[in-house]
Structure formats: C-alpha cells, structure tokens
Design a protein around this ligand. Structure first.
Ligand SMILES: Cc1ncc(COP(=O)(O)O)c(C=O)c1O
Length: 422
C-alpha cells in the first residue's frame, strides 16, 4: 500500500504539512510570460537564486567601493580570511571535518589538482577506474592525466560498466575488476551520484574495496553535494570534489569544493601544485619565506579567491546551515517518492524510471525514459512551463529540490506530461 494518493488535494495537503514549505519564498522562482511560477525541476543543473544572495554580494561591493584594498582587513567580512567563513557550513553539508574542506577553483580544475596529489602512477600500477557513463569532463580529465604521465589513455582507463541492457551499476562488477586488475590500478574515481541515472553510490564500500587493493579513491560529488548526505569523512575517501552551482544554489560557474581526508592533512610529502595561498597564513605576507605548507584542504589553494563568488556561496550555505541536511533529505525522499508514485500512474508502457527505486541509492533526481519519444516531447514539456533537462537519446532528468520545490510542482509536472502524452 502506497503512502501516496493521486489528486491535487493530496498534493495540497502534503504542501500544507511540509515544515520546509516556507523556504520556497526565500528563492527567486522564474516566471512564465503570464507571471506564473515556472515548474523548475532543474536544480541538478543550475540551482535557483536565494533572495539573500544579492545582499551578500552587495556588502562586498560596498566595502570594495568604500575601502579599496583596505577591505582585505577592514571589510565587514574581511576578505583575507573570507573563505574561512564558509568552512564550517560547507563541512556540515558534505559530512566532513572543517580541516577537510575548501572552497576554491572550479570542479574540473579541483579534480586535476587532487589527481596531482592522489594519482601516483608507477610502471606497474597506473590504471584509473571510472564509471562507463562518467560525466564527460571527468573522463577527459582522467584521460589527460594518463597522457600527462606518459601512459596510453585507452590502455590506462578501466570502465566500470552496467550490464548489457541495463543502466545501473553493480558493485559485484567493480569487485571483479579489482580482483582481476587490482595491482594495476592506481586510482578509482567515481561520480558519487551518477549524472545520468541519478544512482547514488555507497562511497564507504567503494573506498574500502579500493583501499583493500592498494588504490587511491576519489569521488566527483557534483550531483551529491546539497542533494544527499555524503558523510565524506566516514566514507574514508582520499579526496572528493564538487560544484556549488547545482544543489548548492550559488550561481552559474560559482566556485567549487574539495575534500581531502584528514589522514592526509599534515602529510607534507604529498606531491601537489602550490601557490601563495597554500602557504602558512601567519607568514604569507612576509613574502620571501621558504614555502611552508598550510595543513588540511586549505593547503591545496593556490590563489586569493574571488570574494564575490564566495559571497554567493555563503548566502546559500547559511540557508543549508539553518535547515540542515537531515531535514532536507527527509523531505527529498518524500517529494521524490511522491513524484515516482505519480509517474508510475502513467503506466509502464509509457515511461520507465531508470533511477534506482531504493531511496538509499538515489537523491532527488529521477531520470525518466519516455518510450518511443524524442526531443520533441521534451520541447513540448518545456513549452508547457516545466524546466527540466534532456539527455540523449531519450531521458528527461527532473530534480524536485526540497528547498524550493513543492508537492504541487511535482503534481502539476506529471499532469502536464500526461496531457502531452495523450
Ligand atoms: C558530474 C559532473 N562532473 C563535472 C562537471 C563539470 O563541472 P565544471 O564545468 O564546473 O568543471 C559537471 C558539470 O555539470 C558534472 O555534472
């Protein structure tokens, strides 16, 4: 027996009883030409703007206007330590300790910087494992790392593939790869929530497996951060990277996150690229000192960071901090479960959800395969006022985000899809 019911009344009832419902009004919801809220189910691509973002950025613009360079120390939120104002909240969002996280650069750049430190190939052990349908940027990044170290990017790349005719990945197949090739593999780098299927992987299990075989293990958490509880510290992963423009609602191209497990925090022997922002804060401005490595993830910074982007991230993290990932995840499961229930009413001969059914193995995204459909269907859905995204050949990805999506959003989306299909 399902806990859900069909009908608009039920959606309204769920919204009325939703303790996070008021957060929707803290976001700018895009409008259609009639001034009605668009049904925005695209937080997996670009999250919506918190209404507070402008004031956080304006504060820094004002201080820059009035203080110039003095803002580094005299701004209301001094720029020199500005990134530190984000550390505790970011650590909470990804389940890490403050020493393990840093907000810097962009996602793919961070992935490279992490691989400089954690991809340490030798002639015998140089291969990298990724999932077969990894996000292209991840694949290009690991291929270029293989080439950079003088290895063939085909021979050096091992793909963890779904079984024939399936989209989801089986851990047993990864275990088999490790059994057969474990001593040739230097690094396992997995998208912790697959961008296409929405499958959320057990990072602790994958990390334990990799470590058992002597491999380093890292994750791209682009689709996980702010969406699922990551528990990065507990996972034991060596490193992780993520972006802040999706579920972390920090604006297009905003700075990214990086995690380095605490066991590496004081290891000065790790190879890495450095800059003046990797140097001890106490003596950074003495300028001519010998390099003195900052401990923890902060030590992977190179440059003084863009404060305006950090300000937008801070605005968003303050909301996450207030709500907490636990409550967000609880609503997310209910909202996505409801969405799944309604989609299933459309009938198995019409649609197939490729995202795992088990709530433990997914976040809020559902990847919907519409049978015998092409992009024309998606275009009609968009024209009806639903923003989602399309992945060739036949998948619509929709992410009802617990912070700003309502149960009625989900209900109305399915109604519009039903109308188009009919
Ligand atoms: C899973 C994943 N990895 C990597 C990227 C690339 O991110 P960036 O352009 O910020 O480097 C994206 C972007 O959407 C992504 O979804």
């Amino acid at each position: 027996m399902s806990i859900y019911k069909t009908g608009l009344d039920f959606a309204k009832e769920l919204d009325q009883n939703d303790e996070l419902a008021s957060y929707r009004s803290q976001f700018h919801i895009p409008k259609d030409t009639h001034g009605n809220d668009i049904i925005y189910l695209c937080g997996n691509s670009l999250g919506l703007q918190p209404k507070t973002t402008k004031s956080y950025i304006n504060q820094e613009l004002e201080d820059w206007a009035h203080l110039g360079v003095e803002g580094h120390t005299e701004a209301k939120n001094p720029w020199l330590p500005y990134h530190e104002f984000l550390t505790d909240s970011m650590a909470k969002v990804v389940g890490a300790k403050p020493i393990e996280v840093i907000t810097m650069n962009t996602l793919t750049a961070n992935l490279h910087f992490m691989m400089v430190s954690f991809y340490k190939p030798t002639a015998q052990r140089y291969k990298i494992v990724i999932e077969a349908d990894a996000f292209p940027s991840d694949k290009y990044a690991v291929e270029s790392q293989l080439r950079h170290h003088g290895f063939d990017d085909k021979a050096g790349l091992i793909l963890w593939k779904p079984r024939k005719g399936e989209e989801l990945y089986h851990y047993e197949d990864l275990e088999n790869i490790l059994e057969q090739h474990g001593d040739e593999i230097a690094l396992i780098m997995i998208g912790n929530t697959n961008y296409y299927t929405g499958q959320f992987f057990d990072m602790k299990r994958i990390t334990a497996l990799g470590h058992k075989h002597g491999c380093m293990v890292g994750f791209d958490c682009a689709h996980g951060a702010g969406n699922v509880q990551l528990n990065l510290n507990d996972s034991g992963a060596d490193f992780a990277v993520w972006c802040t423009y999706k579920y972390l609602n920090s604006g297009p191209g905003s700075l990214a996150g990086a995690f380095v497990h605490e066991r590496h925090a004081h290891d000065k022997t790790l190879n890495r690229f450095t800059g003046w922002w990797s140097h001890n804060k106490q003596t950074r401005f003495n300028m001519r000192h010998e390099f003195d490595q900052l401990p923890g993830a902060e030590g992977w910074q190179l440059s003084n960071p863009p404060i305006l982007s950090l300000a937008a991230i801070r605005a968003s993290l303050d909301i996450f901090n207030e709500v907490g990932m636990e409550k967000l995840q609880a609503k997310s499961r209910k909202l996505t479960g409801y969405f799944e229930f309604l989609l299933k009413q459309l009938g198995e001969d019409t649609i197939r959800i490729i995202t795992p059914e088990n709530p433990e193995e997914r976040g809020c995204q559902l990847s919907i395969q519409v049978k015998n459909a092409d992009k024309a269907l998606f275009d009609k859905l968009t024209a009806s006022g639903v923003i989602s995204d399309w992945r060739e050949p036949d998948v619509i990805r929709c992410a009802p985000v617990p912070l700003y999506n309502s149960y009625q959003d989900v209900y109305n989306m399915v109604e519009r899809l039903k109308k188009i299909l009919n």
